[in-house]
Design a protein around this ligand. Structure first.
Ligand SMILES: C[S@@+](CC[C@H](N)C(=O)[O-])C[C@H]1O[C@@H](n2cnc3c(N)ncnc32)[C@H](O)[C@@H]1O
Length: 348
């Protein structure tokens, strides 16, 4: 049996530890903007330029370019004017434009040859993630997750933070889940979010929808926690296979941010189909604010996600766009811990 006691919750916030890893690729993305594209000199010469025009000028794909511009906005290098055009801030103009006497471009020169910085150049142009660093044969993250050893190690990574994140999420949704009975945890990894949810709310049961080989890992982890009676695992492909029925909550934890807009919309569409009227959708993860001005740790983490997956950290407004076709009633964003938070939406 596990030594994990889900009745105990941490008293401190792990953000200070998580941020070192979450921001790990952000410097390389800023390095690409400075060293490869001289983005800030261009913005200085074209004050108020639209996002679309920036993408056209540099031949950038919108999703990765949005991650970069959001990171620049959250870092205070650029701001958006009242028409949505991009303007340099004083720090951007003084320190990031090549003809300024205070230009700091050479400070980034030592990472000019970094593989991650080079990957970002190609990601911006192609919209395709770089090969995932941990896999020597160069498969991307989604392919790598089908390999048992990689899946084990990456699921451990997600599980260790998920104990805290899941407990904080479960506590924060206490009032909202009171009248519900069965949560479907799509792409639920080890099942830790289902486990923490039912541990906190014993009136709930949960089903984890996962693909092999993570489904096997989830079964083992849930059994180790002694929660096999309350949490089931359903093996399947969330895009192709039918989802388990008879659910009134769908949890999408750290799932949509792995995918480009079309796939994320498909997952939201299926979540809507799975829910009855009045059903509750919970979207949990690292979420950018509606104006895309931050939070900075989330904008930094988005650089990592766009490097290894087809996704990014979507904003509150973008999640609203995914939900709009289905008439969900979206509640305001709530922060939990470790720079994470969640949105809930009720199906009308
Ligand atoms: C980033 S992890 C999130 C895991 C967990 N929900 C969490 O918050 O830690 C994404 C999960 O989606 C699963 N996944 C990816 N593609 C899938 C598919 N087509 N069908 C089912 N699960 C899938 C992966 O195996 C992985 O466990």
């Amino acid at each position: 049996m596990s030594t994990i006691d889900l009745t105990q919750t941490p008293s401190s916030d792990p953000a200070v530890i998580l941020r070192y890893r979450d921001r790990q690729y952000a410097a390389d993305l800023i390095g690409a903007a400075i060293l490869e594209f001289d983005l800030f000199s261009f913005l200085n010469q074209n004050g108020g330029i639209s996002f679309d025009a920036v993408c056209t000028h540099f031949s950038w794909q919108h999703r990765p370019a949005d991650v970069l511009i959001t990171l620049c906005r959250a870092s205070g290098f650029v701001t958006s004017n009242s028409d949505g055009g991009i303007e340099l801030t004083p720090v951007g103009r003084e320190f990031l434009t090549a003809d300024s006497q205070w230009y700091l471009g050479p400070y980034y020169q030592p990472i000019a040859d970094s593989p991650v910085r080079k990957d970002f150049v190609s990601i911006l142009k192609t919209g395709k993630p770089a090969n995932w660093q941990a896999k020597s044969d160069g498969a991307d993250w989604h392919e790598s997750m089908k390999d048992p050893d990689f899946a084990r190690s990456f699921t451990d990574l997600m599980n260790c933070r998920g104990i805290t994140f899941g407990q904080k999420l479960a506590a924060a949704v206490s009032e909202q889940v009171a009248g519900y009975s069965h949560m479907l945890d799509v792409g639920g990894g080890s099942g830790i979010y289902s486990s923490t949810m039912v541990a906190r709310h014993p009136h709930l049961r949960a089903t984890v929808l996962e693909q092999p080989p993570v489904d096997t890992i989830a079964r083992r982890e849930i059994a180790n926690l002694g929660l096999g009676d309350q949490v089931a695992v359903h093996s399947g492909d969330m895009f192709r296979d039918p989802w388990p029925g008879d659910v009134d909550i769908v949890l999408l934890s750290n799932v949509l941010h792995d995918w480009d807009i079309a796939e994320a919309q498909q997952i939201v569409d299926r979540a809507s189909d799975a829910l009855p009227t009045g059903g509750l959708l919970i979207i949990h993860g690292a979420i950018i604010n509606a104006k895309k001005t931050g939070p900075l740790p989330v904008a930094e983490y988005s650089a990592l996600l766009m490097n290894i997956t087809q996704g990014k950290c979507y904003s509150v407004a973008e999640y609203g766009d995914f939900l709009r076709p289905h008439g969900f009633e979206l509640q305001p964003y709530q922060a939990t811990t470790g720079d994470r938070g969640f949105l809930t939406a009720t199906k009308r």
